[in-house]
Each structure stands twice: as C-alpha cells, then as structure tokens.
Design a protein around this ligand. Structure first.
Ligand code: ADP
Ligand code: ZN
Length: 724
C-alpha cells in the first residue's frame, strides 16, 4: 500500500518524499484504524486523509469549521485533478444542489462540509445510502472544551460516527496540549495507540528576539530583506496598526491594515489582496490570521509583546507553511512588559495569577540565552534535546565573542546601589551619564560618586548592557515598580569574586545568505515566473499558490527544466498540473535560458550526473571554488574571505552545482566533526534521498546531525561522486 501512496504523492501532488509521520499515518488509516494526528501548522496534515481518499473506493467526508479553508483546499485539489467538492452555507442553492448531485453520482472522492451541514438529518440520510470509507475531522480541537476554539456542533459529530460503521475516523489538529488530546480521543472513542504526535517544532522558522529601540527602522530593515515577499506585522492596538500602516505606506511599501475596527467589507478586501499577492504586507492586530492558509508568508514581526507563548507560537506559525525558511522577529521592551503588568494588576486576583504565569513564561522565552526552541517547546510539553538549532538568534550568536564586561557592570551595579535600589534602568543610566534631568536633580543624585562616570557610552548602549545584567541574574526587577535590586551574584561581582561576560555592542544578527538553502536560484527568472503565476491565478480567480507554490517556482529557477519530462521532476508538479501549466512555464524558462545562455541543471535526486551551465561571470563562489582547487587550505580561504564554515560550504556547493569539480575532497572532512561511522551513514542517506535539499536527509537522521555538518558531508559526497 505504501508503494501506492508514494506513487500518488509524486504523480498527483508532485512531491518526492513524505514529511515526518505522514506515511505512518496514511498506512494506519488505510488499515482502517482510527487515527488522531497532532502536527504543527504546515506539517502536512491534509495529505494524511487526502491520499487515503484517493485509494479508498468509497467517499471521504472532511469536516472543517472554516469556510475559507474548505474552499481553499477544494480549489487546490481541483487544480491537481482530484474530484473534491464542498457543501456549506456559502453556496447558492443552485450550486449546493449541483454539488449534492455529484456526490450522489459517486464522482466525488472528497466531500468537505461544515459540521452543522453534516448533522442535518436529510444530509445524514443521503450520505448513509452511499459508501463512506473515511470520516475526517479537521481542526479536531474544536471538539474539546479545553481547546481554544470549542464548538458545540463539533461535539455532536461524535454521534455521527455510528451512522457510518464502515468508515475509519481520522481526527487532526495542531493543538498539542495533553488535555485536549485526551479529550478528543475519549470523545471519539479512540485508543491511545491511535495517536500520532509530531514534534511541534517548526524547523524552518528563524526565531529572533531583539530589544525595541527604534521599532519602525528595525521593521523596515527586515522588510527590505524580503523584497516583494509576503509578511505580517502584529501590533497590540488598533491605533498602532493604523499608525504603522500609514508610516509604511508613506514610505512606499505595499501594505494594508487589518483590525476589528474596520468594516467587514474592508477587512475582507484587505485580506483578499494579501492572499492574492496583490499586497505584500499586512499590519494587523491578532484579529488577523484565523482561517488563513497562505503558504508563502516569509516573515512575521511582533511589533509589540504577544499575549502569551501560545498565541505567539500560533502567530509565528502562519509563516513558512510551505516549509521554506521564514523569519520571525519579536521586538520587545521592558516598557511593554511594564504596560502589560499594569493591565494585569487591574484584573481580579485569580485572573492575575494566570496572567502572571503566562507573562513569566513569555519572559523566560524572551530573556533566555539558550536556544529559543527550548523554552518554546517546553511550553508544549516537549523536550528539545538539541542545544543548537541553528535557526534562532541565540544559536547563531552563541557564546562566541563575549567580552569581559565586569568593570561596566560594577559601575552600573554600584550606581543602582547608591540610588538605593529604588529606580529602574532609565534613571540609573541618567545618573551614570551625568544627565541634568529634573528627576536626577530632585533626588540630589548629581552628588553621587557614580554621577557621570558612564558618559562614554550612549544611552542605548547602557540599556543594552542593563538588559544583559538582568538576564545574567545580577539584577532583579521589581514586578510592580520596575526598580532594580542587586542580587547575591551582583555582590560577588562588586567584590570582584565573579566576572561578567557579555557584549558591549548589540549583536546584529544577519542571517542573509547564511541559512537559506534556496538562495542560489535565479531571481530574475523567478520574478518572471511569479508574474505568470499571478496572471493565471487572476484569470481563474484563485490565489497564486493554488497554481504553484513558491517552492515550485524556486526549483524551476534553480534547475531550468527544458522539457515537460524534466518539469515533472520539479517539486509540486504532478501530472495534471504539468498538463495544465507545464507548457506556459516552460516557454518562459526556455526563452529566458536562450537569452542568458543557460542550460538545464539536472535535479540531482535521480542520481544523474552533475549538470553544467554557462558560467555567470566570476562570482564569489567561483573564486572560492578555484582557490580551494588551487591547493589553498580551507582555513586560509575562510580567513581571506572572512567567511564562516557554513558560508564556505554554501559557496562550494554552488560551485559544484554549476558543473565544477572539487579536487582534494578529503580536505573537506577536516571541517566536519562527525565520526567516520556517522559519516558513512550520512553518505548512505544522500545516496538514497538525493542531495539537492537537506531537509529530507536531516529528517531521516532524526534531526541528530545539524545542517552545517550535513552541508559538508554533502560536499564531500558530491565531489567524490563527481570525480569517479
Ligand atoms: P497543515 O494542515 O498541517 O497546516 P498542510 O496540509 O496545509 O499543513 O500542508 C502545508 C503545506 O505543505 C502545503 O502546501 C502542502 O502541499 C505541503 N506538503 C504537505 N506534505 C508535503 C510533502 N510530503 N512534501 C512536500 N510538501 C508537502
Ligand atoms: Zn536555537
């Protein structure tokens, strides 16, 4: 059966490999065992019932609470030639009748419905007369009162099960809390063994938390790193949304606002423009996002503090559903935290307690110096065992480059002490910098010995330092007033018994070109393809991603397929889409390649030899590749070009991809830290899974070997292969 599933995966959906858990889940459903699937957003839950639906002879009913999502999925299925339809209140009577007719005739494989539609007696009667093989319950947390979105009509689905005795039931959700899971299982009468829980970790999200000193500039800088690509900016208040929207608009960005204060018409229009790629950026309150399935959101900015970890994770979860890297930036200030505390203090006692627990968990995440995935996943009851995800700010900056900042720490601490531990960072910094602010003079702090001893640093730099002192446990912030108090550790520092390591300057995390596995595609061609996709999408009145995903276009602009046959090798191109759109896109690629004298790059998964291409001038990767081949040592090259190991291997990879060879491939192994046994194991994986993407290999090794390491072994593998 797996063979058949795999074949459908490729020919219908155009994908080469299953994502984690998909094949296990599909096999379980095909054996007609009830199945509960917990996978994070973007994990690929839909395929878990869509593929069985194409294998079963009878009908698969899919219950889903959100009309927009149903419509979206059905459109995507129809595009790839799968007979799917929908019955819900958004249809006209005529459309509804037509769809019912098709179901009765047995031409439909997947029927999407809202729960209340399914529960109607005549609908149940009609469906009971058909062969129903699978009842699929999407967003299954709606069954549970413990979930964040309980829906009574979902609860009643439990009774529907008996009507379809031959149907297997599959329930799916991204909500991972154990209580909700238990509730779903017991409501539906599932066994514990029916549960498949995927990791909540979203590996492709780059998570960054930065202090907010000039949020507008910080945001603009991020946006500029994603020209023309979709992103969401979350703000706390409607007013903030309006202000930021105006500010971005006046800078010429393609942007729209979204919040509950806008008319429904406006909201729907703005959302639609965003989904259809007519508008790049959505500035929104948390009202935005439910029921949005847009896969190519490349960044999410939290302009203000999110409500709690759960909402934060849900909000950043809207980025990168397509599995490509996406950037999540949280801008935080202690001022925002103070504001949140103020609101919390106005609540009644019980609520205050809960809110404080949430806030502290959030602070733990913000202030951590370890991998950010540790506190995040911990919140969902998952232990993140790796210390270095390579996809968060802390992991990228690491402890490298920390300086001894004991002396500045002593200045700050003694100033906090001399002002009697009654003030927050702002006042202490004023005193250190010799300010003549009223407050300083009122308290006579200009007479303190620490007055003016910190003039050599800017206010911003002092704030940056003070946050580190708090994080490193030298100062404790009073929950209510925000004043800073010295800890035991601080006394040790003042007595010179302990050193303080930290950063004088704020770290600027720049991961452009570092992590992005897909950076080597031809941007100009991509733009042409994107324009064509948009044209086709508008013509058929669907969002562009329904035609082809970004990843598909990126692969086209990486491998430059020249025939319909090689088009089929591209991610997301199945037989039907190839027939429908293959030629249109091929024409564009062929013409582009002719003008720029580019040849097809063979996709490496199939074990074909490395493709060659016309050289695109002496780019950096070529210079580096040649330097390597000329016999220079790796460390020399890295020094000369001031690049790190990871960038070095990315350059060599690109060099190889362009049809070059590497000599002395054994030297590459010096860059690697894996054992020779591990190395052989990884080499086998590359042999099996191909080399053009690392994720499948990474996944198949259970995430144990990090990407940087895999990149090196991949180079080694390819260069060995190239020589023989
Ligand atoms: P979820 O419902 O879990 O949020 P989806 O089912 O919408 O996720 O899948 C997210 C995206 O990943 C979709 O664009 C889908 O086509 C894609 N996808 C799913 N499975 C695979 C796979 N095995 N290989 C490549 N892409 C996949
Ligand atoms: Zn990390």
């Amino acid at each position: 059966m797996t063979g058949k599933s795999k074949q459908i995966l490729k020919t219908v959906f155009g994908y080469d490999d299953f994502r984690p858990l998909q094949s296990e889940v599909i096999a379980n459903v095909l054996r007609k065992n009830d199945t509960l699937v917990i996978m994070p957003t973007g994990g690929g839950k839909s395929l878990c019932f869509q593929i069985p639906a194409l294998i079963f002879s009878g009908l698969t009913i899919v219950v889903s609470p959100l009309i927009s999502l149903m419509k979206d999925q059905v459109e995507q299925l129809v595009q790839i030639g799968v007979p799917a339809t929908v019955l819900n209140s958004s249809l006209t009577l005529e459309q509804y009748r037509r769809n019912v007719e098709k179901v009765k005739q047995g031409v439909i494989r997947l029927l999407y419905m809202a729960p209340e539609a399914l529960l109607r007696p005549n609908m149940l009667a009609m469906l009971s007369s058909l062969e129903v093989d699978c009842l699929s319950i999407d967003e299954a947390h709606c069954i549970s009162e413990w979930g964040h979105d309980f829906r009574p009509e979902y609860r009643r689905l439990v009774t529907v099960r008996d009507r379809f005795s031959n149907a297997v039931c599959i329930a799916l959700t991204a909500t991972a809390t154990p209580r909700v899971r238990q509730d779903i299982k017991s409501s539906l009468g599932f066994e514990d063994s029916d549960e498949f829980v995927g990791s909540s970790n979203r590996k492709n999200l780059f998570i960054q938390v930065t202090s907010k000193h000039n949020p507008f500039e910080q945001t603009v800088k991020l946006i500029k790193g994603f020209p023309g690509q979709s992103g969401i900016i979350y703000c706390f208040s409607r007013r903030q949304v309006d202000d930021l929207f105006e500010a971005l608009k006046s800078k010429g960005f393609s942007v729209r606002p979204y919040h509950a204060g806008l008319s429904e018409r406006n909201r729907i229009r703005n959302q639609d423009l965003f989904i259809k790629d007519d508008v790049q950026i959505m500035v929104a309150t948390i009202a935005f996002g439910m029921g949005i399935d847009k896969p190519n959101v490349r960044f999410v900015v939290h302009y203000d503090l999110p409500k709690n970890i759960e909402s934060y994770y849900q909000e950043i979860g809207r980025a990168g559903r397509d599995g490509l890297p996406a950037h999540c930036l949280l801008l935080f200030s202690y001022g925002d935290i103070q504001k949140t505390r103020y609101f919390i203090n106005k609540k009644e006692e019980h609520e205050q307690r809960v809110a404080n627990i949430h806030l502290n968990a959030l602070l733990g995440f913000i202030e951590t110096e370890r991998c950010r995935r540790i506190p995040l996943l911990d919140y969902f009851g998952e232990k993140y065992s790796r210390e270095d995800c390579g996809m968060c700010d802390n992991c990228l900056s690491g402890e490298k480059g920390l300086e001894d900042i004991t002396i500045v720490a002593q200045k700050f601490l003694s100033c906090a002490k001399r002002t009697e531990e009654r003030f927050g960072a702002g006042h202490i910094i004023d005193v250190l910098r010799g300010s003549e602010a009223k407050k300083v003079l009122r308290f006579g702090h200009q007479h303190l010995s620490t007055y003016g001893v910190g003039r050599d640093f800017s206010k911003r730099q002092w704030f940056h330092l003070s946050r580190q002192f708090i994080r490193r446990g030298l100062l404790a912030q009073d929950m209510e007033f925000g004043s800073l108090k010295l800890t035991d550790k601080a006394w040790k520092v003042l007595r010179r018994e302990e050193k303080v390591l930290g950063r004088m300057e704020e770290e600027v995390v720049d991961r452009t070109s570092e992590q992005d596995d897909h950076k080597d595609y031809d941007r100009d061609l991509f733009e042409l393809l994107r324009k064509e996709r948009k044209r086709l999408a508008d013509k058929s009145k669907v969002p562009p991603y329904v035609i082809f995903s970004d990843k598909t276009l990126i692969e086209m602009a990486t491998f430059f397929p020249q025939s319909k046959q090689s088009m089929l090798d591209i991610h997301g191109v199945g037989a039907v889409k190839n027939d429908k759109y293959g030629t249109v896109f091929l024409d564009i690629i062929q013409e582009y390649c002719k003008i720029h004298q580019i040849e097809e790059h063979t996709k490496l998964t199939r074990g074909k030899p490395l493709g060659t291409t016309a050289s695109i001038g002496k780019k950096r990767h070529v210079v580096i590749g040649e330097a390597f081949n000329s016999g220079r040592s790796v460390s020399e090259i890295m020094d000369d070009f001031s690049i790190k190991r990871d960038t070095f291997s990315s350059h060599l990879f690109r060099y190889l991809q362009e049809g070059n060879y590497l000599i002395k491939s054994d030297e590459l192994l010096a860059l690697s830290t894996v054992s020779s046994e591990q190395k052989n194991h990884i080499l086998d994986k590359f042999e099996d899974l191909g080399t053009e993407f690392l994720k499948p290999v990474f996944d198949s090794l259970g995430g144990e070997i990090d990407y940087a390491e895999l990149k090196i072994i991949r180079l080694y593998y390819l260069s060995k292969k190239g020589v023989t």
